[in-house]
Write a protein that binds this ligand. Structure first.
Ligand code: CA
Length: 226
């Protein structure tokens, strides 16, 4: 199998690297979470050994970012202590198994083989606001049980709203989040797309969740009134 080791401590990283190679497995090392995200996008790994303690993005943030990007490679997390909080946080972001330092390489290998045999398990992060649901990994959206077909731009705009429910979002913020740079800022593109969105997520359902805030921008209501 091909394994990505995410660990900033050289001693631990090279210990694991040697172990895998001796065992006939291929392994690469990423020293930071940022590198791990990049490498996972660039190559196919069968499993990732992810240390919780990393400089910059920690192991949890790295895992969340991987899952967010739709990478479902099995992940074995290494925690410094047998902490319940760590385990719960890891579960929330989609780790497959845990190992507490110190551990034996034989145990790590056994655990890793077990999660690789199970294969990638998708546990998508779903955004929910009222009865609106959105799954960034698969680009699907629903109102209640009804799936809503959205264009890429409509989806990006709705995702921006659903990540900040109840907040007033300015036109500039929405442009920045949902559109590429260089878009004509003076255009009324946001007003047009908010209207498209209302035609899909609100009007057919008799809902009024996407509201215009005078002079300020737009808001996706958390406590949606029908
Ligand atoms: Ca570390």
């Amino acid at each position: 199998m091909k394994v990505l080791i995410v660990e900033d401590e050289l001693k631990m990283a090279s210990l694991l690297l040697r172990g895998f190679r001796k065992n006939g497995d291929a392994a690469d090392v990423a020293r930071t979470g940022e590198d791990a995200v990049w490498m996972t996008g660039a190559a196919d790994y069968d499993a990732i050994v992810l240390d919780v303690m990393l400089p910059g993005m920690d192991g949890f943030e790295t895992l969340a970012e991987l899952r967010e990007r739709g990478h479902w490679t099995p992940v074995l997390m290494l925690t410094a202590r047998d902490s319940v909080e760590d385990r719960i946080a890891g579960l929330d972001v989609g780790a497959d198994d845990y190992l507490t330092k110190p551990f034996s390489f034989a145990e790590l290998l056994a655990r890793l083989r077990a999660i690789v045999r199970r294969g990638p398990v998708e546990r998508p992060t779903i955004l929910e606001v009222g009865d609106l649901r959105l799954e960034p990994a698969t680009k699907q959206a629903w109102r209640g049980t009804t799936e809503i077909e959205l264009t890429a731009k409509e989806f990006a705009l709705l995702e921006t709203f659903m990540r900040r429910p109840g907040e007033v979002l300015s036109r500039d913020h929405l442009l920045e989040q949902a559109w590429d740079m260089g878009y004509d800022n003076r255009s009324n593109v946001i007003a047009v797309y908010v209207n498209y969105l209302r035609d899909k997520i609100d009007r057919p359902f008799g809902a009024n969740s996407l509201t215009t805030v005078r002079g300020g921008g737009y808001r996706l209501r958390k406590d949606e009134v029908r």
